[in-house]
Design a protein around this ligand. Structure first.
Ligand code: G3P
Ligand code: MG
Length: 247
């Protein structure tokens, strides 16, 4: 058993801002997470066609904005004309797709930490990893706790590491893979982020026992969070951070 330092991230992290309460990956969602008492948020980042880092989850624009086409085929100026809030509720009508820089300014205003997920469109893994890490290295607000990068895409994590060695990284997976340790060590990641439903107590003990941090997504039920924490899970990402913060 390797001793681990105490996790610097809080136990509860808002998912895509606070996706149960406000449209995901928007400034309104980040504000909502802070309002609900979250200290950190997770959000997804990808590239516009012209290479700007934006907050968005899907390869296609349809679900969130109603527009046709692919996010990666659309320039920033056109993405910023779309409505990323109305699908969620009338009160969010007109909420735009934010750039990473806009999100960083808001994090600074609110004093929030962030787990920045790199969510590259297929074929742009390294480019996205590099762009996100460079932006964070250059423009992460000095007063905030250092960010945590995560990705399902190992190519993005490798590129992020090359662009900004000092930024902590986590590997995202669904189920804990057999070779989790080799992957974490090879990528120099400090943490594994896995799907809560796919985790077993044995895998949790293995990962934390080896000195890595283990966090789970997406956990919306307080009892489930409690059980995961009892297995040694360090943190959970939740659409409803308020439910878990009040446990
Ligand atoms: O980072 C945890 C979680 O956000 C990963 O899945 O699809 O919600 O980005 P997804
Ligand atoms: Mg995500």
């Amino acid at each position: 058993m390797t001793d681990r330092p105490r996790d610097r991230l809080p136990r509860v992290i808002g998912h895509r801002g606070a996706a149960g309460h406000a449209p995901e990956n928007t400034l309104a969602g980040i504000r909502k997470a802070a309002e609900l008492g979250a200290q950190w948020v997770e959000f997804d980042t990808m590239l516009s066609r012209d290479g700007h880092v934006i907050l968005f989850h899907d390869d296609a624009l349809k679900r969130i904005t109603g527009a046709r086409g692919l996010t990666a085929d659309t320039d920033l100026a056109d993405l910023q004309r779309l409505d990323a809030g109305a699908w969620f509720g009338r009160e969010f009508k007109g909420e735009p797709i934010p750039t990473l820089d806009q999100a960083l300014a808001l994090l600074a205003e609110l004093g929030l930490g962030a787990n920045v997920e790199i969510k590259p469109t297929p074929g742009r893994e390294a480019e996205t990893g590099r762009a996100v890490a460079q932006a964070l290295a250059e423009r992460w607000p000095a007063d905030l706790p250092p960010p945590l990068i995560s990705s399902f895409k190992t190519e993005a994590l490798v590129a992020a590491r090359e662009a900004a060695t000092g930024i902590e990284r986590a590997l995202l997976v669904f189920k804990v893979p057999k070779d989790w340790r080799a992957q974490l060590e090879g990528l120099a990641c400090t943490a594994l982020h896995c799907r809560a439903e796919d985790l077993t107590s044995t895998a949790a003990a293995d990962v934390t026992g080896a000195g890595f941090f283990l966090r789970c997504y997406t956990v919306n039920e307080p009892l489930r969070a409690k059980a995961l924490f009892a297995w040694g899970v360090d943190g959970v990402v939740s659409d409803y951070p308020d439910r878990l913060l009040s446990m």
